[in-house]
Design a protein around this ligand. Structure first.
Ligand SMILES: [Cu+2]
Length: 180
């Protein structure tokens, strides 16, 4: 039931059903203990019968920081996965939707979902669970499909950069990471 209410920009049936292991997400390894910043998907739903349902599905914290070369660990609570999978996608600040209309017509969300290889006409998993321009998780367009299984992302963006992210399936799930 929740699923049918989901705000979907392009038909994301494929993303919604896929259970994909993201093998290419870069794991932190070696060289001492890299600082790991944790971002978690959580849910807290509020309902006012007759009026609205407030979907508290979100990344928390929505603002965080990481050292250049450091690691972001992505995880989710059980309820955080109640509305299907997510993506953790870097976009430009100007591409973050702010209004309901922008959320419903999130152009960049459609583009990134398409690049993940989500076939809107099938329930096949995305063909490309990890999108990377080739030099790590550091710029708009880089994206990982998140099925709830914890992931570690090495952030290669330079010190001083702020990365903005959202979930292309639930585009109100947004946040930023300061690279120190
Ligand atoms: Cu999501």
């Amino acid at each position: 039931m929740l699923r049918s209410r989901k705000l979907v920009v392009v038909p994301l049936t494929a993303l919604a059903v896929a259970g994909v292991a993201v093998g290419t997400a870069v794991a932190a390894s070696g060289h001492g203990a890299p600082k790991v910043d944790k971002i978690k998907v959580v849910q807290s739903m509020k309902v006012k019968p007759g009026f609205y349902i407030q979907d508290g599905l979100r990344f928390t914290p929505y603002r965080s920081s990481v050292k250049s070369g450091g690691t972001i660990s992505l995880s989710a609570t059980k309820s955080g996965m109640s509305e299907g999978p997510h993506s953790f996608s870097l976009v430009k600040k100007s591409q973050l939707p702010k209004t309901a209309k922008q959320i419903n017509k999130c152009k960049v969300c459609g583009q990134i979902a398409q690049e993940h290889g989500a076939d809107p006409n099938s329930e096949a998993p995305p063909t490309k669970p990890f999108i990377d321009g080739g030099d790590g998780f550091n710029k708009p367009g880089d994206s990982t499909f998140f099925d709830g299984k914890p992931q570690k992302l090495k952030v290669t963006a330079k010190k001083g950069t702020t990365l903005y992210f959202l979930c292309v399936i639930h585009p109100w799930m947004q946040g930023s990471i300061k690279v120190k």
